[in-house]
Design a protein around this ligand. Structure first.
Ligand code: PLP
Length: 469
């Protein structure tokens, strides 16, 4: 009808068209009704059509690292690219910014990570990494952790351990799952040291049982993110690196969420002594998510191997000129603004202090973890001491109340109980960050009351039953 060509739409028209024609990813389309319509964003805030202002508490999907205001230098770089060569297919020509971005990344990345490809999403980057590892080694199996997410396309979905994301689509083959030495719910031993030792011993046993000659790579998130910021015990990542060396297996680090300053380093693996993966993938923060762009970085031996061999991985939009111009300018902005130092010296100390305060204040906040601007707390039921809800369940009534309170307090972000992620944009100021924690504290206060107030629980509106993330 005519209305689809109208220049302005009312909120009701947007909602109607969304309900009739749009489809969602991690929930059914009916969830559209419970989503705010966001029409403006600035700095660390987003605004909905009612004028409500939300502090972006998880940088959208831990990706809008540089906030919601695109710096002039980035806009100019993108406009210039659009005016010069808005699109060139990578197999037909080569734009200068592709070489510039690759060279800048080679300069910044540690060790001999010297070759770079530029797909469009984190999923594609991981798909590409899996393919490169298989081609390079001539082997097939890829080891991944249960508590992991590697992407929504089929091979990365096969690599993904988090069953909530797999939707019964395990058609990609060749993935073997291993346990994280995660000391938070399931313990391998009484101390982190023991847990790490046990997990590595078990992994070695698995490698031997599967046959090292069949294993192409061990692929891990350096710090599993959506599983709950599971910072590995000291020695675990180092142990994986040395098992990979011993059994001639490649190590792949998925830095899609942790890359580009989220943890206070360029890449999360830089927190672990001497660990340099053979292949590293990243996305999200590379362009601050203002353009879809990801990267796959490989060490010199792989770069050499593929120098006169096709990788066979590609898509029309890989190495998109405007996205790369955005990535190059965003990276320079991140360096100019010394954002890694800001994360290390301003954000991390406040986050650790505030998270610890919440752990001591509420008996149902069991523990918290934080590295850089990457934090998470775990909720338990104060009566049973068990996690507040099981993974993959629809939101419990208490969690619906918490979600509502979270939004009422003007916070927005993804919520994956029993975890509450805290991952604001890296540009957040001290005042904004403290304010965010005050809001979170007030929302947790509401949750505390709800644990005690059964009557209130019964009044929960069924519209709030929807889990949108
Ligand atoms: N890997 C990790 C660790 C992620 O967190 C994500 C997304 O959240 C992905 C891969 C998939 O990236 P994308 O959604 O850009 O395809």
């Amino acid at each position: 009808s005519q209305r689809h060509w109208q220049s302005t739409w009312s909120e009701a028209e947007v909602r109607q068209a969304a309900r009739d024609h749009a489809m969602l990813t991690w929930s059914g389309c009916s969830a559209i009704d419970s989503l705010p319509i966001l029409e403006r964003a600035e700095g660390v805030y987003v605004y909905d059509t009612t004028g409500k202002k939300y502090l972006d508490w998880t940088s959208e999907a831990v990706c809008v690292n540089l906030g919601h205001t695109v710096p002039e230098s980035v806009k100019e770089a993108m406009v210039q690219q659009m005016e010069q060569t808005p699109f060139v297919y990578g197999g037909i020509g080569f734009v200068p910014v592709r070489a510039q971005l690759a060279a800048l990344l080679a300069e910044l990345a540690p060790g001999d990570l010297n070759g770079f490809l530029f797909p469009s999403s984190g999923s594609e980057a991981n798909d590409c990494a899996i393919r490169l590892a298989r081609l390079y080694t001539g082997k097939t199996k890829i080891f991944n952790q249960y508590r992991s997410y590697h992407g929504g396309t089929l091979a990365p979905l096969g690599a993904t351990g988090d069953f909530r994301r797999r939707f019964a689509q395990d058609s990609a083959t060749g993935f073997v799952k291993m346990f994280n030495p995660e000391p938070h719910y399931f313990r391998w031993g009484d101390t982190d040291e023991r847990a790490c030792e046990m997990a590595l011993a078990c992994l070695e046993e698995q490698i031997v049982a599967e046959g090292p000659s069949t294993i192409a790579a061990i692929m891990v998130e350096s710090i599993p993110g959506s599983a709950g910021v599971l910072i590995p015990a000291v020695g675990f990542m180092e142990g994986i690196r040395s098992l990979c060396n011993q059994y001639e297996i490649l190590m792949i680090c998925d830095e899609v969420m942790t890359g580009f300053g989220r943890t206070g380093e360029l890449f999360g693996f830089q927190h672990f002594d001497g660990v340099i993966p053979d292949i590293v993938t990243s996305a999200k923060g590379l362009t601050g998510s203002w353009q879809p762009l990801s990267m796959v970085g490989v060490r010199q031996k792989l770069k050499d191997f593929f120098f006169d061999k096709a990788t066979g991985w590609g898509s029309t939009f890989q190495a998109h000129p405007v996205a790369m111009a955005c990535g190059y300018a965003s990276l320079k902005y991140m360096l100019d603004q010394k954002l890694l130092t800001h994360v290390q010296t301003v954000i991390q100390p406040i986050m650790i202090e505030e998270l610890d305060r919440l752990v001591s204040k509420y008996d149902f906040v069991k523990q918290a973890r934080c590295v850089g601007a990457f934090g998470c707390l775990d909720l338990i039921d104060p009566q049973t001491g068990e996690r507040v809800m099981q993974l993959g369940e629809p939101l419990t009534k208490e969690m619906q109340i918490f979600k509502k309170a979270f939004n009422n307090e003007g916070l927005i972000g993804f919520l994956r109980p029993p975890q509450v992620h805290c991952a604001p944009p890296l540009i957040i100021s001290e005042g904004e960050l403290r304010d965010g924690f005050q809001r979170l504290d007030r929302a947790l206060n509401v949750l505390q009351t709800s644990f005690q107030d059964v009557e209130k629980l019964n009044k929960v509106d069924s519209d709030d039953m929807i889990l949108t993330w």
